[in-house]
Each structure stands twice: as C-alpha cells, then as structure tokens.
Design a protein around this ligand. Structure first.
Ligand SMILES: Nc1ncnc2c1ncn2[C@@H]1O[C@H](COP(=O)(O)OP(=O)(O)OP(=O)(O)O)[C@@H](O)[C@H]1O
Ligand SMILES: [Mg+2]
Length: 397
C-alpha cells in the first residue's frame, strides 16, 4: 500500500485498507448526510477529524487530488484533499481522502422536507455565485450539478462548495465556448435532479423543473455580466468607478484591483473580482495596516483608484504614496480630542463612506478635503467616546 499526502495523520495508516470500502466495519465509520454518487464514499472519524473516503480509479484520484490542491492554493471554496491511497492488496481501487466539510449539506438533505420556493431561490443563488467564481478563476467544472455541490448555512443564505472535481480542468482563463459548455451541462444536470426530486414528491408544487433551469442560468448570466463587463467612463468619473465596485460588493464579490486603460476622453474599466478574506491580507502586505475585511476593502478601493489616477504602475510604490499622501494626512486632520473615538482605519473608512454620500447628493466627486471637514464636524464630533468602545448608543442601554 502506498499513501501520497502532504501531511499524513498516522492514524490513517491503521485503517483496514485491505478491505473494499463497502466492507469496512461500522466502528470505523460515521454516518453523515451524503449525496448521490457512482463511487463508494464513506466517512471516517480519527482524532476528532472527519474524513471522506472515495474509492475510484488511480488516475482519476490523482487528477482530483491535484486539482483540489490547486483550488486550495487559490482559496477556492471546495473540499480539501488530504491524501491518496494506492497499491492496495488484491488490486483494490485507489482511495481519495478529503477532509469532511463541516456542517455541510448535500442538496438531497436540504430537500428531505419540501423546500419553500424562497429557500430554493437562495440555494440557486449560492450555486450561481459558485460557478461565476469558478469561471473567473479559469476552472471549468465539466459536471456542475446540485449533487456535486455542498451547501453550508450562512446567516440565512447558503454558501456553496465544490465537492467533486473529477471532471474539472484549471486553465489560465476560460474561453466563451468553455463557459457555454459548462452551462449546458448545468442545464441538463439540474433538470434531471429536479425531475428526480419531483418523482420523490420532494419538489414544491409551485416549482417547475424547466423554469428552475432557466432561472439558474439567468442568475448565472446576470452575475457574470455584472462581474466582467467592460465599462467606459469619462476621465473625471472616479465616482462611477466607485459605484461599480459597490454594486459588486453588494453582490458578495470583492474587487482585487481595477484595471483602467485610456480610451478617447476617458477610461475603459475592468474590475478584477476575487474571493472574500483577501483584502485584510492584501492591505497588510501593501501598507502594514491591519484592518477588518470590510474596512480593508474600502481602504484598498481608495488606494486602487488613487493608483489608477496617479498613473503609478508599481503597486508597492503606489501603496506607499497613498499611505503618506492620503491616509496619514486624513488621520492627522483628526484633532487629538476626537482621536479617542475610533481607530484610524475605521475613521478613514467612515470618511470614505461619508464622502460617497456627499458625492451622491452633489452628483459629483466632492473631494477628500471637504469630506474630511464635514465628517469631523457633522459626524465624529457627535459620537461619544464610549460608543466606539461599546458599539452601542449610550441612550439605549
Ligand atoms: N469532503 C467531503 N465532505 C462532505 N461530503 C463529502 C465529501 N466528499 C464527498 N462527500 C459526499 O459524498 C458525495 C459523493 O462524492 P462525489 O461527488 O465526489 O462522488 P462521485 O462518485 O465522484 O460522484 P459522481 O457520481 O458525480 O461522479 C457528495 O455528494 C457528498 O455528499
Ligand atoms: Mg459526484
């Protein structure tokens, strides 16, 4: 027997590898909800970690292992590969081991009672967002379906994860044809899955399989368009670029950078959309400022727009200039007696927010100076120190 793994838990070696997964004794296994699959999949618990084991052909396991590792490196929402076990006795099939995704539900488990159409909509939103994210990273799935997705509850909505990467391929970027092909497969699979649910009387009577399919494709297309379309804006329309970034943030996408190329009288704007969690890390790397994710996002949006406007190509140099010429002067403009109220990062991001509101009202970019003054006198001065500490209105406790 041979085990390939980045980090082996030695307890894995003691499992009954000489037996087909199907015949493993129950004391090794844990029963957890599981989607429909061609291969045998079993869950095993070792030292408080649950693993998913899938018996499959060696070549397929290797490919899936490599792909899952590659997806992990780019922080893509997918299950994490742990190891492959090959060369088992009696020519038993190779086993791919992944870490069980905690609190995850296969769609069949979600449909164990008939889902309300509204819940179904949120499920489809999560799947559409997963596929858009996937296509942005250059990953073609080849088998988009509800069975190959895991869902986790996420503050009233769902977050979707890829579970089965067997048919996937990672490219530098996807062509229009590769994207279309994935969406055609999605159509077929979802339609089939809905018919199955209908046959089992698990589909809400108001839900029609055909319209579910049209609906998910429409959601995907809308999101894809918003995330990728190239936009031309006039030269002085910094405000329009901010508006686009805000819409993307509202859709749950983060913008890593905005590329601007000059066209007659303006810019062609193309945002680079990435996963969440990214901003804190990028801000820290570029400026040394440690901020919460949403604060970091606002600070970086400002930095990127600053960089695009000042024609600085070097990211590091632009970040340094932004820090000393934009961020620090704004923070220094806050009188000492007001500085206790909020952290500098929070003050700065509130100022950007405030500037946005003023600019919306004025229908043009009002500029940093006036925004800072207005924020200090109209907003910050009225906040009690304690509010920053307690996060509550004094009068309401
Ligand atoms: N790491 C994991 N965490 C949680 N559940 C998992 C994990 N790996 C597999 N599963 C469960 O096992 C099911 C089957 O896995 P998978 O889709 O990889 O099998 P498959 O046989 O390759 O599927 P297919 O028939 O689509 O080829 C999944 O739907 C999921 O419910
Ligand atoms: Mg599968």
């Amino acid at each position: 027997m041979r085990i390939t793994s980045a980090l082996v838990d030695p307890a894995l070696l003691d499992l009954p590898w000489h037996l087909p997964l199907e015949d493993w004794p129950a004391d090794h296994l844990v029963a957890l909800p599981q989607g429909i699959s061609r291969h045998v999949v079993r869950f095993v618990k070792l030292n408080d970690t649950v693993y998913a084991l899938k018996e499959t052909r060696e070549r397929i396991a290797e490919k899936e292992y490599d792909l899952l590792r590659a997806l992990e490196r780019i922080d893509f929402p997918a299950v994490k590969a742990v190891a492959i076990v090959t060369d088992r006795v009696d020519s038993l099939e190779t086993v791919l081991i992944t870490r069980h995704l905690q609190f995850s539900l296969p769609y069949r488990a979600l449909f164990s009672h008939v889902l309300r159409p509204e819940t179904m909509n949120r499920l489809l939103d999560a799947l559409a967002a997963l596929i858009v994210r996937m296509h942005l990273t250059g990953f073609s799935w080849g088998d988009c379906s509800l069975s190959n997705t895991l869902f986790r509850r996420d503050a009233g909505a769902f977050a979707a994860y890829l579970v089965d990467a067997e048919t996937g391929n990672l490219h530098p970027r996807l062509s229009e044809g590769q994207r279309r092909e994935d969406i055609e497969i999605l159509r077929l699979n979802i339609f089939g899955e809905c018919l199955d649910l209908q046959a089992a009387e698990l589909l809400h009577e108001a839900i029609d399989p055909e319209s579910v399919v049209d609906d998910i494709v429409a959601r995907y297309e809308r999101l894809w368009h918003e995330v990728t379309y190239e936009q031309e804006v006039p030269r002085d329309a910094r405000h329009d670029i901010e508006g686009r970034i805000r819409r993307l943030n509202d859709l749950g996408f983060d913008v890593a950078e905005v590329s601007l190329s000059t066209v007659d009288g303006g810019y062609r704007v193309r945002p680079k959309v990435v996963d969440a969690g990214y901003h804190t890390r990028r801000l820290l790397r570029l400026t040394g400022l440690d901020a919460e994710e949403n604060q970091a996002r606002q600070l970086l949006n400002d930095l990127d727009t600053y960089r695009a406007e000042s024609d600085l190509t070097d990211e590091q140099q632009a970040a340094h200039r932004w820090l000393t010429e934009v961020f620090e002067p704004v923070v220094r403009a806050v009188p000492a007696n007001l500085r206790r109220k909020l952290e500098p990062q929070e003050i700065f991001s509130q100022i950007i927010q405030h500037k946005w509101l003023l600019s919306e009202r004025a229908g043009r970019d009002v500029g940093m100076g006036p925004a800072v003054q207005s924020y200090l006198t109209d907003v910050l001065a009225h906040k009690p120190d304690e509010q920053a500490v307690l996060g509550v209105e004094i009068g309401s406790v």
